[in-house]
Design a protein around this ligand. Structure first.
Ligand code: PEP
Length: 243
């Protein structure tokens, strides 16, 4: 069975005082039997070590070490206390020109460091309106997910680019179509494809979480804006616990 995961991507938000939100979340969900993953900025990873939550980086460099000013390696994330790392988030693909091939090398670096890679994929609005969504998903799955992936080292997050931070959410039928397609493709390629956790991401909120979690093959969410406060993230976690 795929593991249920409520993942929060804090992006470039959060300072020491923001950690108070995690204390509030801990009071409400500290003994949850789903995975709660927080991906804070790199500067807060070590400070999250005493929470009961899984901690992840938001990106990693494909190499272990070297002359790459400003970058961080998967090994460093693991050393700081992370057990997951996001790779291929659309903001990295857009802001930093990351290709599928680069994302695959980052995922491999994550595996080599003992981290679980959350590999993000998703179509742009033009691609959806052009009727190319499933072709884009196929290409990203093929290009971004290494042959060494399995259900223990990899989570796939389907995040339509046009839904991230916009308040626009696909219909549950649209989410169902893509998630079922991803499941089929993973099952075709990997012996344990049925066990990969598949997350939906893009404007998830307390008000739409239960409907999204009722969609077949949605095993959780990758949440941006609504993960920044316990007040907003808690109802999403609660909806996943109940799903
Ligand atoms: C994200 O950053 O991955 C994301 C889904 O953001 P938001 O929830 O704010 O749309």
């Amino acid at each position: 069975m795929p593991r249920k995961i409520a993942a929060g991507n804090w992006k470039m938000n959060g300072v020491q005082s923001t950690l108070a939100e995690l204390r509030t979340l801990e009071d409400k969900h500290g003994d949850a039997d789903i995975a709660i993953l927080i991906c804070p900025p790199f500067t807060l990873i070590s400070a999250c070590e005493d929470t009961p939550f899984d901690i992840g980086g938001q990106d990693c460099h494909p190499e272990d070490a070297g002359a790459h000013t400003g970058d961080i390696s998967a090994e460093m994330l693991a050393d700081a206390g992370a057990s997951y790392v996001l790779v291929g988030h659309s903001e990295r693909r857009t802001d930093h020109g990351e290709t599928d091939a680069l994302v695959a090398t980052k995922a491999q670096a994550a595996y080599d460091a003992g981290l679980i890679a959350v590999i993000c994929i998703g179509e742009t609005l033009d691609e959806r309106e052009g009727g190319n969504t499933l072709d884009v998903i196929d290409a990203q799955l093929e290009g971004s997910v290494p042959a060494t992936a399995d259900a223990l080292n990899t989570v796939i997050a389907y995040e339509p680019v046009w839904a991230i931070g916009t308040g626009k959410v696909p219909t549950t039928q649209q989410i169902a179509e893509v998630h079922s397609h991803i499941r089929t493709r993973l099952s075709d390629r990997f012996a344990d494809g049925a066990a990969f956790s598949l997350l939906y991401g893009g404007s998830v909120k307390g008000s739409n979480a239960a409907d999204i979690f009722a969609v077949p093959h949605v095993n959780g969410a990758l949440v941006g804006g609504a993960s920044l406060t316990a007040q907003d993230f808690s109802p999403i976690i609660a909806a996943l616990e109940e799903a």
